[in-house]
Design a protein around this ligand. Structure first.
Ligand code: NAG
Ligand code: NAG
Ligand code: NAG
Ligand code: NAG
Ligand code: NAG
Ligand code: NAG
Ligand code: NAG
Ligand code: NAG
Ligand code: NAG
Ligand code: NAG
Ligand code: NAG
Length: 866
């Protein structure tokens, strides 16, 4: 019999003490003979609640917001007794024996460190446990999960678990569904070992858990899998052919990994697939026409790969498709007219390929389209009229093609739901805008670049929802109408026009403002500092004058990118804010800034790109620049920097620096060996051409590419490492440590200094060097024959030195006519006036712009660019 007074008076339930396996158990029932719940299971649940639940945990601050609803229904029935938990939120009991078999506590405001002592592990009858969307504070997955003998469904998605998941944890389980997705602190060091313990699995979601290495081919043994999601990891290698055994799969997601090779042919036989997403990998080759067999597909994602060739017309057989994403590949040929059969399509994204020909008129069939992106292709011909009849369109981007004829923006804006339209950079003969005051749809964003517009279109005056407007590279002259500046714009792009007058002051909502390459003049008023939302400000290449207002330093504290390049600004560079500085890109080059570089720049430790070249700064080079963890480009050329270069005395000096130009200053002294020892980014031969992060790409295009150094900083190319110390007063020998440490250098320019001694042998280690200019120094001795092993070297200038001895013969030079003729005339002596300039091109990719890389004959870098 029960002890004490804890027994309820059987108003709604009766409890009996059973002796099972020598463990006392309370079995309670509403009416005799029909068990409903087990008191000790219910109190285990209450224990769990008291350890982990709090309403105040519902907002975890990282976008996961739970609801307290389920847990609030978990209440003690009577003092000392939990009561019937089978009707609590998220709890399901077996109708027959009253045991808790399912617990769905997803998004229930649970927080705290969980270990194997947690009382839910006493629920030995659990079959289904869902703890997704909670915050378990980087707990490891408790091994006690392995003690739940009947568990079939386990869901720990996005719940803050971390650390190695021990295979043994799963050993005793016969799971049919496992979801560990979205726990980026986790790591699974051997998926293969793991899989052996999951031989009953049907649904496996291991996306965003930091898997790495190859996809184990033993996955193909798990032939009952219906869902496999390994997206968002670091998986590499090919997609193993054994996955062809997984004929029951209806969802296969491998997006955002580093998978290579071709799209495997077996995929065409996984005919149960409804979702196939291989986006954001390194897949190459053609899209196989057998993908057209997957007639149940609703979603097909192949974007961000390196696929080439034509789009197979068989994809037109996928009549159940709702989403098709093939963007950011190298696809060519025409858009198959068979796409007219994809009548259930909601989203079609073919952007950023090389698709040519006309937009097929069969597009008229796609009446359900809400999102159509054909931008950045080579499409030509007239815009099919059927575009204007896609009544459900929300977003349409046709930018950057060769479309001709009349573009009827007026008709597009009659579509009821339209929000975003891009028509930029086409060959339209004209654009018909809506009449002023016409009742058209209120849109949010319009991209109308490079369309020969002579003025800001008047209909915009009635567009009151507009937040993004891009009108760059048109022929807009005169002033910007005041009504435009009074809209609640977030993004305004007016670069490359003929806009005149003083700075048009955008509204306070603005965060992105570019009005570079216009004819603006006058001073920057201090009212600009009131634009507290500004992130990107580009006023480059105008004719602004005067000093920056003193508040500019504070203003810059929340800016991400600032370009004032190519104006006539004078006076001192304002102090940077002490409270903090988010600047990542700053370009003040080609102005008349004077005075010193404010030391408060030390607060801007997020800087990645700094160009202060071509000003009148008189200063020494502050050593704090060496500490910026992200700094990649530092250009201080053509100023009056003086003094000696100091090693920053720090192991973490210039961890990311790849481009440094200090040419045309008054720097002096010797280069110490130490100076070049601590640039890890230059030293370790990791893949050279990685892209800079996200938004920075655009800014870098703006600050560099527009200026003539035509290097694409896109997905496939990055910075070319460059060191330019030319035209200063450096003395002493060239340290061997340059060649020993700066292994990634593409360009080294030490010309026009007072360097003496021999050419360092170590320079032969710079296997990527394309241009080496040591001219106009006092170097002596012979030209090291080993230098000729640098096969990438295209430009080599050692003229105006005191060199002697034979001219070395190397693989790439010996065949060169230039070399033969020049060599015959040239002695490497002080009296020699001839320059040795080699450009043999053997084995070198000439597709890149030549002016980008070399030295011009005057010894400066980049032919007058700097
Ligand atoms: C898992 O399934 C196997 C048979 O497939 C069975 O022998 C084993 O007992 C099961 N494990 C559990 C914990 O139920
Ligand atoms: C897995 O994570 C743990 C804890 O963070 C770490 O100690 C261990 O080195 C990691 N293992 C691998 C292979 O990354
Ligand atoms: C895991 O739980 C979350 C939240 O309830 C749900 O969205 C997700 O689909 C579940 N995973 C599986 C594999 O069922
Ligand atoms: C696959 O599922 C079936 C039942 O649907 C089962 O009989 C079979 O044992 C399972 N196979 C494996 C390898 O688990
Ligand atoms: C599992 O797959 C691997 C590789 O595909 C294979 O060698 C092995 O024989 C398979 N094991 C079973 C039990 O089917
Ligand atoms: C699939 O498409 C191709 C090419 O468009 C066509 O020849 C073939 O008959 C289609 N197959 C089916 C089953 O519709
Ligand atoms: C439009 O779709 C229908 C099926 O609904 C199809 O028969 C027809 O061929 C399609 N038209 C074009 C031009 O693709
Ligand atoms: C548009 O409407 C405004 C007032 O609502 C009026 O002043 C203006 O004249 C109208 N413009 C045209 C072209 O009808
Ligand atoms: C820039 O302004 C100066 C006077 O401040 C003027 O002399 C010069 O012509 C202007 N340049 C251009 C390109 O408008
Ligand atoms: C900059 O902000 C600080 C407080 O953050 C303030 O004390 C200072 O006066 C401001 N400077 C200017 C020039 O506005
Ligand atoms: C080294 O760099 C860090 C910043 O990364 C800085 O805080 C520290 O003072 C530097 N140490 C020396 C000796 O300069």
């Amino acid at each position: 019999m029960p002890t004490g007074a804890a027994i309820p008076s059987l108003l709604i339930s009766a409890c009996f003490l059973l002796m099972l396996l020598s463990q006392p158990l309370w079995l309670c029932s509403a009416s005799l003979g029909k068990p409903l719940y087990h008191e000790e299971e219910c109190s285990a649940l209450l224990g769990f609640k008291s350890s982990f639940f709090s309403e105040s945990h519902c907002d975890y601050g990282d976008g996961i917001i739970g609801s307290p609803q389920k847990m609030l229904s978990w209440k003690v029935a009577k003092e000392g007794m939990a009561g019937d938990c089978c009707n609590w939120g998220g709890v399901t009991c077996d109708e027959g024996d009253g045991h808790v078999i399912s617990l769905d506590l997803s998004g229930s405001c649970l927080m705290g460190i969980m270990d194997s002592e947690a009382s839910i592990f006493d629920l030995l009858h659990l079959q289904d446990l869902n703890l997704a969307y909670n915050w378990f504070k980087r707990s490891r997955v408790p091994s006690a999960i392995g003690r739940l003998p009947r568990l079939k469904w386990l869901n720990l998605s996005s719940s803050g678990f971390s650390g190695e998941v021990v295979p043994a944890t799963m050993r005793f389980l016969n799971l049919s569904s496992l979801d560990l997705s979205g726990n980026p602190g986790m790591n699974v060091s051997s998926l293969e070992v793991w899989l052996q313990s999951l031989n009953k699995i049907e649904e496996l979601d291991l996306s965003w858990v930091r898997l790495h290495g190859a996809i184990p081919s033993s996955l193909g043994n798990m032939t009952n899998l219906t869902m496999l999601d390994l997206g968002g990891n670091m998986l590499s290698g090919d997609i193993p052919s054994s996955l062809g055994n997984l004929i029951r799969l209806n969802r296969l997601n491998l997006f955002s990994n580093q998978l290579a090779g071709e799209i495997p042919s077996f995929l065409g036989s996984l005919t149960n697939l409804r979702t196939l997403d291989l986006s954001d990998n390194r897949l190459s080759g053609k899209i196989r026409s057998t993908l057209g067999n997957l007639i149940r597909l609703n979603e097909l994602g192949l974007r961000f790969n390196q696929l080439a060739g034509e789009i197979p017309s068989s994809l037109g057989n996928l009549t159940n498709l709702m989403m098709l994403r093939l963007s950011q590949n190298g696809l060519s040929g025409e858009i198959p007219s068979s796409f007219g059969n994809l009548i259930r399509l909601d989203e079609l994204d073919l952007s950023s390929n090389q698709l040519a020909g006309k937009i097929p008129s069969s597009i008229r069939n796609l009446t359900g389209l809400t999102y159509l992106d054909l931008s950045s292709n080579e499409l030509s011909g007239l815009l099919p009229h059927s575009i204007y009849q896609l009544q459900n369109l929300y977003s349409l981007d046709l930018s950057s093609n060769y479309l001709t004829g009349v573009a009827r923006l007026d008709l597009l804006l009659e579509l009821n739901g339209i929000m975003n339209v891009g028509l930029s950079s086409n060959a339209f003969s004209s654009i018909i805008f809506p009449e002023a005051n016409a009742s058209v749809t209120q849109v949010e964003s319009l991209y109308l670049n490079s369309l020969d517009l002579k003025e800001v279109p008047g209909f915009l005056q009635q567009q009151n929802m507009l937040n993004t407007l891009s009108l760059s590279k048109n022929d807009i002259s005169g002033c910007i109408p005041q009504w435009l500046l009074e809209k609640a714009l977030d993004y305004l792009e007016l670069s490359f026009n003929n806009i005149q007058g003083t700075l048009p002051m955008p509204p306070s909502t603005i965060s992105f403002y570019r009005i570079s390459n216009n004819r603006l003049f006058g001073e920057i008023p201090s009212s600009i500092c009131k634009l507290q939302n500004m992130l990107v400000l580009d006023l480059a290449d105008n004719n602004f004058t005067g000093e920056l207002p003193p508040c500019f330093g504070n203003f810059s504290s929340h800016l991400y990118a600032l370009s004032l390049r190519g104006n006539n600004f004078a006076g001192k560079i304002p102090k940077f804010n002490r409270e903090g500085c988010q600047l990542s890109v700053v370009d003040l080059s080609a102005n008349s800034f004077e005075g010193t570089l404010p030391r408060s720049i030390a607060n801007c430790d997020q800087l990645e790109y700094v160009n202060l070249g071509k000003n009148k700064i008189i200063d020494t080079i502050p050593s704090c620049l060496g500490w910026f963890p992200r700094l990649r480009v530092l250009m201080l050329h053509s100023n009056m920097f003086h003094g000696v270069l100091k090693a920053c005395g720090n192991d973490s000096c210039f961890p990311n620096l790849k481009v440094i130009t200090l040419s045309k200053n008054n720097l002096q002294g010797r280069l110490t060996a130490e100076y070049f020892k601590n640039w890890p980014e230059m030293k370790y031969p990791t893949p050279d051409d990685e892209a800079p992060p996200g938004n920075l790409v655009d800014m870098l295009k703006m600050v560099i590419i527009d200026k003539g150094i035509k290097r694409e900083f896109g997905k496939t190319s990055g910075y070319f490492a460059l060191l330019d110390l030319s035209s200063n007063n450096f003395i002493g020998t060239i340290p061997e440590s340059i060649g020993d440490n700066l292994l990634k250098l593409h360009t080294l320019n030490l010309s026009n200094n007072h360097f003496s001694g021999p050419i360092p042998l170590s320079l032969a280690k710079l296997s990527r060097l394309e241009a080496l200019d040591l001219s106009r120094n006092k170097l002596s001795g012979e030209i090291p024959a080993m230098l000729m092993q640098v096969t990438s070297l295209e430009i080599f200038n050692v003229s105006y030195n005191n060199l002697s001895g034979p001219i070395p013969v190397g693989n790439q030079f010996s065949t060169s006519e230039v070399w033969e003729t020049t060599a015959a005339l040239t002695k490497f002596g002080a009296q020699s006036r001839a320059e040795v300039e080699l450009d043999t091109g053997s084995g070198v990719d000439h597709s890149r712009d030549r002016t980008c890389r070399g030295f011009d004959r005057g010894g400066g870098v980049g032919a007058g660019v700097w």
